[in-house]
Design a binder for this molecule. Structure first.
Ligand code: SAH
Length: 329
């Protein structure tokens, strides 16, 4: 489930069952139950009936790929045949982080991102988002989530936030949840207004409008200045650092002057930079390790904190920007 909890409510009402049954079912799901059989505080007849009438997930698992580094990528189908992917990343310190999708495909067309090349399907429902998390929760405890899978979460913010409300019961607090955006200004403002202390991550990738518009056409709609202003408002309201994602493309955005330009537009009190090694999608060459290290050094010399993202799951096309549901194409 949570099933579509609405459907569950209807069936329970038809059977004349008390309303608290729905809550029991959800609590079992949130703790990783894989079937109604496990829900031992529900009457046996009811369990059998629900197993028949209310599917335990809104998603069907089509395929799961396991990377050498422990990363797992799941490919799901929605009831109407849309493909979506989600990823579980395991880290040595014990952290278990989920990368969740908010849309099937993506309507934006960032040139370096494989999802952007795939046909846009539709927004996912809140339950389709929660079910991605529950899928992994059935095999192990999970504690972090990032909306860095397919899609632009700010274009489906109602459903993304509704899903976020459920995540703490699955083990993922709001503080350990991050929403990543291309810089969808109204979404950033709305996130700043919610009561949930969710982290904001901004996919920046260029510090000047000309280059940013070239590689991220959405920049024509929400240009750099407006996006950074929205992030400042977010910080003023939430007092939480905004993480800037910057994918390193050789000869495109990795030059010395471009690092300097970044230090000029980003206030170190508000922003922290995460440099992302480019994962091949066929369009660009990634910057070398040395180029990334040099770029990072320039940022740090100017007082801007910067880290290099650990690449996970590249051998199964599960890394950033590689989710394109290839198996399903
Ligand atoms: N639409 C949102 C959520 C997707 S997050 C956003 O853009 O922020 C996926 C992250 O991976 C983004 O920062 C995106 O820019 C980055 N990315 C896309 N393609 C990539 C690639 N080929 N290699 C590395 N990172 C990539």
């Amino acid at each position: 489930m949570p099933v579509d909890l609405d459907r569950l409510d209807t069936v329970l009402a038809e059977l004349g069952e008390p309303a608290f049954r729905a809550k029991q079912v959800w609590q079992w799901c949130a703790r990783g139950a894989a079937s109604y059989d496990e829900m031992t505080d529900l009457p046996g007849a009811l369990r059998a009936r629900l197993a028949q009438d209310v599917p335990l997930s809104t998603l069907e698992l089509e395929r799961e790929a396991h990377a050498r580094d422990g990363t797992i990528k799941a490919l799901f189908r929605t009831h109407d045949g849309r493909a979506i992917e989600a990823v579980l990343m395991r880290y040595k310190d014990g952290r278990r982080s989920l990368c969740l999708s908010s849309q099937s495909g993506c309507p934006l067309t960032c040139t370096f991102c494989a999802t952007g090349q795939m046909k846009f399907g539709r927004n996912l429902t809140a339950w389709e988002i929660v079910d991605q998390a529950l899928h992994f929760r059935r095999t192990e405890r999970v504690d972090h989530a990032v909306f860095m899978g397919m899609g632009e979460p700010m274009m489906n913010l109602d459903n993304v936030l509704a899903a976020c409300r459920r995540l703490p019961e699955i083990g993922i607090t709001h503080r350990r949840t991050a929403i990543s955006t291309v810089g969808w200004v109204p979404g950033i403002d709305r996130l700043a207004e919610t009561d949930m202390p969710i982290r904001l991550a901004l996919s920046l990738h260029a510090a000047d409008d000309a280059l940013r518009s070239e590689i991220m056409p959405v920049n024509d709609r929400y240009p750099l200045h407006d996006v950074l202003e929205a992030c400042r408002r977010f910080y003023a309201r939430k007092r939480r650092l905004v993480f800037v994602e910057y994918v390193m493309l050789a000869g495109v955005n990795d030059r010395y002057e471009q690092a300097l330009a970044l230090t000029r537009v980003l206030d170190p009190k508000i922003f922290k930079v995460n440099l992302i090694p480019y994962n091949p999608t066929g369009m660009y060459d990634g910057s070398s390790r040395e180029a990334i290290a040099a770029f990072r050094a320039v940022l740090e010399e100017h007082g801007l904190r910067a880290t290099v993202r650990l690449t996970r799951g590249r051998d199964i096309d599960a890394a950033c920007g590689q989710l394109a549901a290839k198996a399903a194409a």
